[in-house]
Design a protein around this ligand. Structure first.
Ligand code: DGJ
Length: 539
């Protein structure tokens, strides 16, 4: 009898461990975003989590493409895969859902010990409707696109159509209902609702039906004093969109309409299964306040964040996709999306060496994650060496940060981290540490000689543990400490400079740096990022 029970137990255990999506470990706490003093943290399994992400190419979320994606994830040292799931794939036939891709992703992500962010490519993908299932595309009159100012057809779905909204809600709710059953262990930690929504080619829908809505009074949610103030409109304003918002009326109407639509999709999904949800933005130039004809209108660009917050409370955060260039512009974007009511998350950064350094600034702003876009070879059969080289600027940081990502997430949430990234002028930058100032100079050093960086790729992050204790992570720069505040003009020296790495919550020294490694103007960081633990003392 005992042997028989044992056999049954063994068989059950075997079935559960053999790649069945329902063979899961016990349920863990829900992922959620928390806020403290205007900073945020994404809790995963109840603890702060830093998403060191990698996003797959648009057409890589298919079972036979996944081996390449996993290879790239390994080379990237990423802990979170952002991967699209497609409406056209999941509801290829109206009302019939196929979740096999969700199962595949869950099983494989668990096997590779990474978390997932699912990207719901549905009504909007980069402003168009291209991921709508065929049965919807064939009923264009029922699920229409917007009409341009001169009556021209525009390749972008109308946000004011109930049939489209109902269809999206129906499909997204089904996805979230399925996920709730299939993912007790919360392999999926966030969901992106749609992708870079908005419209190119027309600031809003000018169809007769949309025009009628546009001539209605602005909804009460947008007339609240705090919302009007954030939009630079006098409080007490009311009336039609044109009357209240003047030359921004068309764009604001489009933003409200899209945010309202996506907010309802997210709310319906959350009713089934309440994971953190976000939307991503195709950015506008944050420095010049251009007209909306210059960018994707109605998406969560920096100027309409207050509209998105009012229209779509089920969306936890709006997130910038970094494809702009120039450090001033990008640092401004990071500043604009880090708000007390908005956790900072960069779900896409172009996979170019220029962008890797912004991870540091995101972490210093209490950001919950960062991800280069398009990490896999996109079916191009790149060699491992080629792929490795492309991923290296991101992978090198992820490699040293992943064993300490829980600590990083906590320090970042607690505001203990400061960072600088090199600008195009390569000028020195200073980090204020109270009793010390750390001056960061960019470049490399060899035998006492300094060499400036050809490209502005240097970066430095300092974690402050106490008045005189710091951890420094950086590359392509060196650091000189200067006594400041109470220490001004005092004589000082390094007590200890250790190079090492973090594992299992502890710093494991590799060596003590001294002599040439600290004497020539302070410790230097080469091309590969390093982790130094430094203590200073006054003599
Ligand atoms: C931003 C989009 O969000 C991505 O899906 C992808 O299309 C990239 N642009 C293009 O490289």
């Amino acid at each position: 009898m005992i042997t028989m029970t044992k056999t049954i137990f063994f068989c059950l255990a075997l079935i559960l461990s053999c790649g069945n999506v329902f063979g899961q470990t016990a349920s863990s706490p829900m992922p959620k975003i928390i806020e403290k003093d205007g900073r945020h943290s994404l809790l995963v399994d109840g603890e702060p989590f830093l998403m060191l992400g990698g996003q797959a190419h648009n057409s890589s979320g298919w079972p036979r493409m996944m081996p390449n994606v996993w290879q790239a994830m390994k080379l990237t040292h990423a802990n979170t895969l952002e991967v699209p799931i497609y409406w056209e794939q999941i509801e290829a036939q109206r009302g019939k859902f196929d979740f096999s891709i969700v199962d595949t992703l869950l099983i494989q992500a668990r096997r590779h010990h990474v978390r997932l962010v699912l990207l719901w490519f549905a009504t909007w993908k980069n402003g168009s409707n291209h991921y709508m299932p065929e049965w919807m595309k064939l009923e264009a009159a029922k699920y229409p696109n917007i009409t341009g100012k001169n009556g021209q057809p525009v390749d972008s779905p109308s946000p004011n159509i109930k049939a489209t909204l109902d269809a999206d809600i129906n499909a997204f709710s089904a996805v979230m209902r399925y996920l709730k059953k299939a993912d007790l262990q919360h392999t999926v930690i966030m969901v992106q609702v749609e992708n870079e929504s908005g419209s190119w080619g027309s600031v809003r829908d000018y169809s007769a039906a949309a025009q009628k809505l546009f001539e209605n009074p602005v909804p009460a949610e947008l007339l609240k004093p705090e919302v009007l103030k954030a939009l630079n409109v006098p409080t007490g304003s009311e009336g039609t969109w044109s009357k209240v918002f003047g030359d921004r009326a068309d764009e604001y109407f489009q933003a409200w309409s899209i945010a309202r639509f996506i907010g309802q999709v997210a709310a319906a999904g959350k009713k089934e299964y309440s994971l953190p949800m976000y939307v991503n933005a195709a950015l506008r130039d944050p420095l010049s306040n251009p007209p909306a004809t210059n960018y994707e209108s109605g998406g969560p660009t920096d100027n309409v964040i207050p509209i998105w917050k009012a229209a779509a409370p089920a969306i936890d955060l709006v997130a910038p996709d970094i494809y702009l260039s120039g450090s001033e512009r990008i640092l401004k974007v990071i500043e604009l999306y880090h708000r007390p009511d908005n956790a900072l998350f960069v779900p896409e950064a172009g996979l170019i060496p220029d962008n890797a350094r912004y991870l540091y600034d995101v972490i210093a702003h209490g950001g919950i994650g960062f991800s280069p876009f398009g990490i896999d070879d996109n079916g191009r059969q790149a060699t491992e060496t080629e792929l490795k080289e492309k991923l290296a600027p991101f992978a090198q940081d992820y490699e040293i940060l992943s064993p300490m990502m829980r600590e990083m997430a906590k320090w970042s949430f607690d505001g203990k981290i400061k960072a600088v990234v090199e600008h195009e002028d390569h000028a020195d930058q200073t980090i204020d540490l109270g009793a010390w100032q750390a001056v960061i100079s960019f470049g490399t050093r060899s035998g006492g000689e300094s060499f400036p960086n050809k490209e502005p790729h240097g970066k430095m992050m300092i974690v402050q543990f106490g008045e005189n204790q710091f951890m420094l992570i950086g590359s392509l720069c060196h650091v000189t400490f200067h006594p400041a505040g109470n220490n001004t003009s005092k004589v000082w020296q390094y007590l200890k400079v250790e190079e090492g790495s973090y594992h299992d919550g502890l710093f494991k020294p590799l060596r003590i740096l001294n002599g040439d490694e600290t004497d020539w103007g302070g410790p230097a960081f080469g091309v590969k990022p390093a982790v130094l633990q430094i203590s200073l003392t006054i003599r």
